[in-house]
Write a protein that binds this ligand. Sequence first.
Ligand SMILES: Cc1cc2nc3c(=O)[nH]c(=O)nc-3n(C[C@H](O)[C@H](O)[C@H](O)COP(=O)(O)OP(=O)(O)OC[C@H]3O[C@@H](n4cnc5c(N)ncnc54)[C@H](O)[C@@H]3O)c2cc1C
Length: 290
Amino acid sequence: MSFLEIKNFDIKNFTTIKIGGIVEKALLPSNKEGILEVFDIIKKSGKNFFILGGGSNVVIKDDLTGFYAIITSKLDYYKIEDNTIICGAGLKTSLFCEISLDNSLSGSEFLYGLPGSIGGAVFMNARSYGFSISDIIESVDVYDYENNSFLSLKSSECEFGYKNSIFQKRPYFISEIKFKLTRGDFNEIKEKMNYFKKDREEKGQYVFPSAGCAFKNNYDIGIPTGKIIDELGLKGMVFGGVKVYEKHANFLVNTGNATYEDYINAVSYIKRAVKNERGIDLECEVIFLP
Ligand SMILES: Cc1cc2nc3c(=O)[nH]c(=O)nc-3n(C[C@H](O)[C@H](O)[C@H](O)COP(=O)(O)OP(=O)(O)OC[C@H]3O[C@@H](n4cnc5c(N)ncnc54)[C@H](O)[C@@H]3O)c2cc1C
């Protein structure tokens, strides 16, 4: 079977923030043939759709009537060739780091503990501890679902920038990624990975459901967005089921029964406050779907 189809799929439980409705169908391709098949189903159905990796950077509407979702989690294959790892977009990012470790390959340590899939991380050009995933990418294979063709893009063609990539601008379904790593010492790699994961644990990132940072940092301003929100005294502020996290003001967490609307209200309030008090226009990092 090259894809799996699940009717009335509850998106909420698939996301890290636990917000979202039920899609009529979730389609989960497991190889390139499956990707072609699911896009064919969508075209024939005339339905709208959205793509989900690990659901860790998205806030999804509560009413998804008329929508299908393509979920990448079955595209989780990988192969290792010398210092490169080639993997499907649905491979979990932390699992990718563990595979690198098992093969004494260094370069991906900073990603350990990052929720979600490799494909989602590439789409977002995920970044942590001073490194971006684009630093270790050799090429990305995509399916262009408007022109019905597979393409292979070199890293230099992916228009990677701070939390930005060509994939946010084009009708591309990321299918496979090739990473270039370097040979390293098993124990040193393991130590670095554990350091990064422990740091996230100590910052309380996994305590409440969240979608990570709500807003991008603006490096021209030079102050992290979380610090700006904190300075305005907004930590702990509640918007229905959404709270500005006391441990990290850029994290908007679900305290129980948060809705899409609660999250939007929180974002709008913070944006307005930061604009009024500091004259800064915040840009959202989370993606609102559909
Ligand atoms: C506790 C926590 C900590 C976090 N820390 C960080 C951090 O340090 N740095 C950071 O950058 N982010 C961080 N994030 C955000 C998030 O984990 C990352 O951006 C992650 O890489 C997103 O991957 P995902 O698979 O979950 O993407 P999703 O949330 O599923 O999707 C994100 C976007 O990518 C698109 N997409 C996903 N897969 C594909 C595909 N195969 N083809 C085309 N489009 C696709 C989706 O349509 C969506 O628009 C954090 C989140 C949480 C919850």
